[in-house]
Design a protein around this ligand. Structure first.
Ligand SMILES: Cc1ncc(COP(=O)(O)O)c(C=O)c1O
Length: 414
């Protein structure tokens, strides 16, 4: 069957497994829980009351719709396309992650769940989960690789202040992948809990369910871009860790052939194994953490270590939906290095007064190169998936190392 792009949408959110990737590769003990979540997801998708409750919570708790911001000084500096950003960093807790947390926690409540398990990399998904759990009176445990726990300390503090238990994971290379494995282990031991996966990855129905909740981002961009410019964008650019902010931005535009969709992965410090997290560039097909997709692997098929300056992009796998759309040629993939992302943070801060998260800065780094080569009547929209305050100690170390040392000395003397 030749797929029309409308069929893409049906395939992605549909009840049947129709894509080349995905699936449900989990221990038997989790199958009843996954079936329960799948049935509930099928029900709520078409339940107007549930969807209205979800949108009400997005408006009243998270602050949607988020701003669609023209970047005139930056665009003039680049000398090419007009660049806009979708400011998901203005969401409560600072990133797009709260959107799927609200959706999934409403669903968990509907299922009568009392305890939520989550994993987190940059801490944004954990922070958002902790906030929504506190608001809804649910118990919350968040797993975080030790390396991420140390480099994203501000978010650990916020999660704990919100009443969540944050468990640092000492296995593996102590990043997101290890946190996901620890969360799955907890779920196997406590299948009555609800596992709130933080991206469009994992076994069915998580990739589709995450996309269903996040697609509000693209729906808003469509309206806001039409209102601001009278037409649709030419390019949408998003960073890709697991794929939630990218799919949230892209989904509504899958039918619009004139809109080019660009995912930007972490190019890290170079293309050698262990130095990056570019799954679509260098990953191989495999099955891991419950789903079939592209993963960074060594020659024996074991999961390879990853690296990125941003804790949210150094995940070893990619959403089966994005993998499928990439193979189909609908989404194009690029990389941006650590250095380019750090430079992009400063450029956006100095030209437009906006400090993006290091994850989002990868999308900006590529968008700057792209926009500079495009004619002035082109429109490029970048997903600012999060704000940069959480990266204080990482960017400060890079931009003002002496000042950070001084601050650390003061803290120690405190
Ligand atoms: C601000 C921000 N953007 C992007 C990501 C990457 O995740 P995803 O690809 O699921 O959007 C993260 C993950 O932690 C994040 O915190």
């Amino acid at each position: 069957m030749e797929l029309t792009q409308t069929a893409y949408k049906d395939l992605i959110l549909g009840p049947e497994e129709g894509m080349a990737y995905g699936g449900t590769f989990v221990p038997e003990v989790l199958l009843p829980s996954l079936h329960e979540i799948t049935d509930a997801f099928e029900e709520i998708k078409n339940d107007e009351c549930f969807v209205a409750e979800f949108h009400h919570a997005l408006c009243t708790f998270s602050g949607r719709p988020t701003a669609f911001t023209p970047l005139p000084r930056l665009s003039a500096m680049l000398g090419g396309a007009q660049v806009f950003l979708k400011n998901e960093g203005l969401n409560h807790t600072g990133a797009h992650k709260i959107t799927h947390c609200i959706g999934q926690i409403l669903l968990a409540k509907k299922l009568g769940k009392r305890r939520i398990i989550a994993e987190t990399g940059a801490g944004q998904h954990g922070y958002a989960t902790a906030a929504v759990c506190a608001r809804m009176g649910l118990d919350c445990t968040v797993y975080m690789g030790r390396k991420d726990y140390e480099r994203q300390r501000p978010n650990v503090y916020w999660m704990e202040l919100l009443g969540a238990k944050v468990a640092a994971v000492d296995d593996g290379d102590q990043t997101l992948n290890d946190a996901v494995i620890a969360a799955f282990k907890d779920w196997v031991a406590h299948p009555e809990s609800y596992y709130l996966l933080g991206s469009a990855v994992g076994p069915r129905p998580y990739p589709a369910m995450n996309t269903f909740f996040q697609k509000v981002v693209g729906e808003e961009i469509r309206r806001q871009c039409q209102a601001a410019t009278g037409r649709l964008p030419d390019y949408l650019v998003a960073c890709v860790g697991g794929g939630s902010n990218a799919l949230g931005m892209f989904f509504d535009f899958l039918d619009d052939e004139g809109v080019t969709l660009v995912g930007v992965e972490a190019g890290g410090r170079g293309s050698a194994p262990g130095e990056h997290a570019a799954k679509m560039r260098q990953g191989k097909l495999g099955v891991f953490e419950g789903y079939h997709s592209y993963f960074l692997q060594d020659d024996d098929g074991n999961i390879a270590p990853t690296h990125s300056v941003s804790a949210g992009l150094d995940y070893c796998g990619i959403s089966p939906i994005l993998a499928f759309l990439a193979d189909e040629g609908r989404v194009r993939f690029e990389t941006a290095s650590d250095e380019a992302a750090l430079t992009a943070v400063k450029t956006l801060a100095r030209t437009e007064g906006i400090i993006p998260a290091l994850e989002s800065a990868h999308a900006f780094a590529h968008a700057f190169e792209l926009a500079a080569q495009l004619p002035k009547d082109c429109i490029v929209v970048v997903n600012a998936s999060g704000r940069g305050e959480k990266d204080l100690f990482i960017t400060m170390r890079h931009f003002q190392e002496e000042s950070l040392r001084d601050y650390a000395r003061h803290l120690l003397a405190f």
